[in-house]
Design a protein around this ligand. Structure first.
Ligand code: G3P
Ligand code: CA
Length: 251
């Protein structure tokens, strides 16, 4: 019975920072691998350089994922593109660059993939990041398969004010009494929630509001299967190949 209900509503598999178990996160090889592993979509993180170029990197500081140190917001794009964003992961990826949002959009535009662009503006509230990112996605005519998400509640509101038709997700790991109500009050179309906060009633209730629920970061088989079983709209996973395998096995 439950299986039939699940088949009715397919849970989308989003590769978290690309297929980040197999290639350095938020790089073109990680996105390419995700595509070849049959992901339905790709999740990536955007920060702005000193000269306001949107680039794909999770942390505010380049230290963890490159061969240098310093805030992205203090580096020009010219400086940033000299960095090696692959060697920290494995010598196989030596010399891989931090991609720009533009490079990513140009690559994905002719592939059947959804996009989840996360604005990393909860620690640094970058001026105009909403309009910069929106315009870039619009230029590639990708708005109809994009969700923009953010942990920053004010940014959710700004995005919806900027474009009411845009799908915007409120991201949270906080245990709100009613996360759906919080997301709805912000004007969000979707709630992107940490895995430990998932429960079945949430899925039923969010669908009554015509909103979507996606869950991060879901890597363990038992969690992948539980998310499918709860009929969430999407999961973010570092292992899209594994998630695809499990989804295939129950259809
Ligand atoms: O968008 C889901 C997830 O990526 C949010 O957390 O820290 O991995 O960006 P984080
Ligand atoms: Ca993210």
């Amino acid at each position: 019975m439950q299986l039939k209900r699940w088949i009715r509503l397919k849970t989308n598999i989003f590769a978290h920072r690309g297929a980040s178990k197999y290639a350095p996160e938020n790089t073109m090889p990680a996105f390419q691998k995700a595509y070849h592993m049959n992901a339905d979509g790709i999740e990536t993180d955007v920060q702005l350089t000193k000269d306001n170029i949107p680039v794909l990197i999770h942390d505010e500081n380049v230290k963890r994922t490159t061969n240098s140190v310093g805030l992205v917001s203090k580096l020009s794009y010219q400086e940033l593109k000299e960095l090696d964003a692959g060697s920290w992961f494995s010598p196989e990826f030596k010399g891989i660059k931090i991609p720009t949002l533009d490079e990513f959009l140009n690559w994905i535009k002719d592939k059947p993939l959804y996009l989840n662009i996360e604005l990393k503006n909860n620690k640094i509230d970058y001026t105009d990041i909403e309009s910069i990112v929106y315009q870039a996605i619009s230029n590639y005519q990708l708005l109809n398969r994009t969700t923009i998400s953010t942990f920053n509640p004010n940014s959710v509101k700004r995005l919806k004010e900027y474009s009411n038709s845009l799908e915007v997700a409120f991201l949270t790991s906080k245990r709100y009494k009613s996360p759906i109500r919080v997301a709805k009050e912000l004007g969000a179309n979707a709630l992107h929630l940490k895995y430990r906060l998932l429960h079945r009633e949430l899925v039923e209730n969010i669908h009554k509001e015509n909103m979507k629920l996606r869950i991060y970061t879901v890597n363990k088989p038992v969690r992948i299967m539980r998310s499918f079983n709860h009929q969430v709209d999407g999961i973010f996973t570092d292992v899209p190949d594994l998630a695809f395998h499990y989804r295939e096995s129950v259809t």
